[in-house]
Design a protein around this ligand. Sequence first.
Ligand SMILES: CC(=O)N[C@H]1[C@@H](OP(=O)(O)O)O[C@H](CO)[C@@H](O)[C@@H]1O
Ligand SMILES: [Mg+2]
Length: 541
Amino acid sequence: MDADKDNILEASARHPKPAGNFQYGTAGFRMKANLLDSVVFRVGLLAVLRSKKLNGQTIGLMITASHNPPEDNGVKLVDPMGEMLEQTWETHATTLANAPSDEALFAAFAKLSSDLKVRMDSPARVIFARDTRASGITLAASLVDALDALKAEYTDYKLQTTPQLHYLVRAINTKGTPHAYGEVSEKGYYEKIADGFKLAMKHRQTKGHVVVDCANGVGGPKLREMTKYLASANEGGIDIKVVCDDVVNPQALNVQCGADFVKTQQRAPPSSKASPLERCASLDGDADRLVYYFIDSSNTFHLLDGDRIATLTASFFADLGRASGLIDRLNMGVVQTAYANGASTRYITENLQLPVICTNTGVKHLHHAATRFDIGVYFEANGHGTVIFSAKAIKEINRHEPRSPAQADALETMKSLVALINQAVGDALSDLLLVEVILAHKNWGVQEWLNTYVDLPNRLVRVEVRDRGIFKAVDAERKLEAPLNIQKEIDDLVGKYSKGRSFARASGTEDAVRVYAEAATRGEADELAAKVAAIVQKYGV
Ligand SMILES: CC(=O)N[C@H]1[C@@H](OP(=O)(O)O)O[C@H](CO)[C@@H](O)[C@@H]1O
Ligand SMILES: [Mg+2]
């Protein structure tokens, strides 16, 4: 520890902490890039500690601020199986990030390593990557300074999507085991997904092309790369038209395009030249979120968001379960948050007859709940999600003896989807191909997909209050237990609206309270949202 002490103190002096309080939030640390130097350095120290604690398993570190503006950046850690960092360690990250001086930082580091019984002579391995933000290169250098100070082994994977980094972490840590996830390289990532796609598309064909807006981020070059591993549509592959892929000008990132723009603005990027019924999709800045959309023959815009991807995917797996004869052996379910449109929840429970779990916001909560199913489909309405398979599901799928050619076909498709789907984390590129496979199997276009159910009109508003901390949510964030009496006022109001549903909760990523409302008509949804927002405002002064 003494040698570490000198090294940490010396290196930390090059990365002084600015004023302010930092918090490892829903998506790691995220803020203006010029405030992040010390944070990234310190998260690097924690990554080393985490790897040592786990006997040298590889930990991932991603430098990205996803859909935030170009001048922001962020950092998050990836655990050995490609999952998000274990929650108790988020607190440790926050502790290190806020140590007021180099000495205090070392003291906090030493205390953590002793409290957590980390063997400092264990090896430490870290891999890292970044999105296309201009600040990413300097921040990666701050990270390397931390890794060098503690003599950790590391690999810089440079530009990658967030899900690619998760893939690499999982592939490294499962290499040579019976659960080997795939070859440890970017090429291995494309090959695994493309092989799954090709198998799933046997005897099927995609209809026309899909236009993909890449938010002018890292998803652009990576999607182009992936297309090299896929055949064109007339050879059983897919025609992908990549747009909004300007990564030369970093200022263009997420501006007037990308999944967050499309979802929150409920419209196509202004640069879109889509014609009626043309299939369009948008990724976010680090390519872990995906939404689809189209304009119909009367030029009306329709969004096919995370709820739609969840319902489409769940219905397809239910079909495959029945067709393969595995339906009774595997339990299947969907995980959503309170932001899921009520019509989607109803469609899943009533039409698909599948259970739905509602969790707190943040994919780690959804992912965790989805592990309760053998085949768990989870998506946030904003387009972040995936499907995960239990060990039992994989075993059943691999050993089941089909009793007919139809069963064999369904089983083959299931196997190929296990390869195609990025089970470590929601992945826009893998989700895109998953949707394309399902549409091809169902022989559907976007209109048929939309026709499965009718969304309830809804409204999401942001309310700024003095202290959002006083709003304490319970029941998967659908109710407020504090301030006292606020929930009763909201309930009384909601009761007056046909198909009314509304809730308020403090955002985990922004200094605001979010209010969501849905009702039978657009006018009522807007009115309900405005009135609940007024209640929040009243309690928030
Ligand atoms: C309503 C909404 O879209 N909330 C987002 C947003 O969380 P908030 O806690 O609502 O700020 O950011 C999270 C992280 O990116 C994402 O997981 C979540 O879905
Ligand atoms: Mg993202």
